[in-house]
Design a binder for this molecule. Structure first.
Ligand code: MN
Ligand code: MN
Length: 472
């Protein structure tokens, strides 16, 4: 069975829609490099499309009815949004669920130090990365600093053309004979991923009498002192404020069209924002559906879906309970019925076949760039371990609705058996007894600082998500 390229099937009108969708997506991933930034950006799209914040409805006597649209934000790092359908909510929802966190380097809580005239921020990497890919590229700092009085300063530095950027050094090739003998996993070690943020010492005019003593004082860590002065001036921030900061180091710069034919998009964080964005857009574009449509956007997928903002948190279940109550359905049984009767596309990326590394893939069972939306019946590793293995009956039904709307799909696995594997949020939702399958966009260079997808695949995936919300 060979899947056809999707490029040839589009009409001029569809081609224009594809380009328009890609342009908006490029803006989105260029402006949103953290889960917090994604949340803010996507909430404003929801608001523009008539979605109301759930907490504003809980105090009044509002009852939800078909056509109503609500959303809830989880600690500034995730969103749940619902478009209430015509059918009783107890009969289940159609859910699109993606994650908005991406692999990166997190700044430690005691990060700032000086060594030999260079000021550094110490980091701890987040998610699965090939460490050697992160050295010598321009980096940006994104995040928040929360002070003791709870004032929050937002930091975004390294994105504007006039902003400074930051970097991690690598040993010059001339002296790398020993380094190059090392295994790739050890060439750059975790503790070597500290970013260089300055090199200029504090310069002060001396007035005091004990000049000599003072000079030796200022000499000591004077580059660090100069950095602290800048932080104070620009962000009213003390060194201790790093203790309650969340600063993420990400590749600097915008996402770009890629290829002479501009068929691809290169950017940071396609995993999993290239599924999160079409999921949310499908939810805002669907006309009042039969079954309630739901979009889940969660944090912490890359480190096991843990924590209050990860998929394993009860935030989802609790919010569904609130929505059910607003629809006049109270009690545990209503929630259990609603969840067990639901269908879900776990919207996450899959690997794209890479001819340069052909031996890592099973050519018959891998996704190809430009051949449409990817469905992964199972993920996992070493004999499907840890995988949500979707039911054949569910797959059969999905094939029929995608066929009806001429949505191109490819069934794929990540790579060859026994070479490794991966997971998504699919298995967590499957615990409720609902139908779940992984479904999303194929990615080249997954988890690298800059990943690549096909414009056709993200557009086709958006079309597929829309069909799912309308017809499942
Ligand atoms: Mn993912
Ligand atoms: Mn990932």
């Amino acid at each position: 069975m060979e899947n056809k390229t999707v490029w040839k099937k589009y009409s001029t009108k569809q081609n224009n829609a594809l380009e328009d969708f890609s342009e908006k997506y490029i803006d989105f991933i260029s402006e949103c490099k953290t889960e917090r930034e994604c949340t803010d950006y996507l909430v404003s799209i929801l608001e523009d499309n008539g979605f109301m914040e759930l907490s504003r409805l809980l105090n009044g006597n509002t009852k939800l009815k078909a056509g109503d649209k609500v959303y809830s934000v989880n600690k500034n790092k995730g969103i749940l949004a619902f478009h209430i359908g015509k059918e009783d909510l107890e009969k289940g929802m159609n859910i699109l669920g993606a994650h908005i966190d991406s692999p990166r380097l997190d700044v430690k809580q005691n990060p700032l130090y000086e060594d030999s005239g260079l000021a550094y921020l110490d980091t701890h990497y987040y998610g699965g990365i090939k460490k050697y890919q992160w050295v010598t590229i321009p980096l940006a700092i994104h995040g928040v600093v929360v002070k003791k009085d709870l004032t929050t300063t937002i930091i975004e530095l390294g994105e504007e053309p006039n902003d400074p950027v930051f970097f991690i050094s690598d040993l010059l090739i001339h002296l790398s004979q020993e380094q190059l003998e090392k295994k790739a996993a050890k060439v750059i070690e975790g503790e070597a991923l500290d970013i260089i943020i300055g090199s200029k010492p504090l310069t002060e005019t001396k007035t005091s009498k004990s000049k000599e003593k003072e000079e030796s004082e200022t000499e000591k860590e004077s580059v660090k002192k100069a950095i602290l002065k800048i932080l104070k001036e620009n962000y009213d921030m003390e060194e201790e404020d790093f203790l309650s900061a969340e600063l993420e180091i990400v590749p600097a710069g915008r996402a770009r069209e890629c290829g002479l034919d501009r068929s691809m998009i290169m950017g940071y964080g396609h995993d999993d924002r290239c599924c999160a964005y079409p999921s949310l857009r499908a939810l805002t574009d669907v006309k009042t559906p039969e079954k309630t449509a739901c979009c889940i956007l969660v944090d912490k997928e890359e480190i096991g879906s843990v924590g209050a903002t990860g998929m394993q948190s009860l935030f989802f279940e609790n919010t569904v309970a609130e929505v059910l109550a607003l629809c006049g359905k109270n009690g545990d049984l209503a929630i259990r019925r609603c969840l067990a009767n639901s269908n879900m596309l776990s919207s996450d990326v899959s690997s794209a076949f890479d001819p340069t590394y052909a031996s890592s893939f099973d050519k018959k069972n891998v996704a190809y760039l430009g051949k449409g939306m990817v469905l992964c019946k199972f993920t996992g590793a070493r004999g499907k371990s840890g995988s949500n293995d979707a039911n054949a009956e569910y797959l059969g039904k999905l094939r029929s609705i995608f066929d009806e709307d001429d949505v191109s799909i490819q069934l794929a696995e990540l790579g060859k058996v026994d070479l490794g594997g991966g997971g998504t949020i699919a298995y967590i939702l499957a615990k409720y007894g609902m139908n779940v399958i992984d479904c999303g966009v194929a990615v080249l260079n997954m988890h690298a600082p800059f990943e690549v997808i096909s414009k056709a695949d993200i557009y086709e995936t958006y079309r597929g998500y829309l069909t799912f919300l309308n017809k499942m």
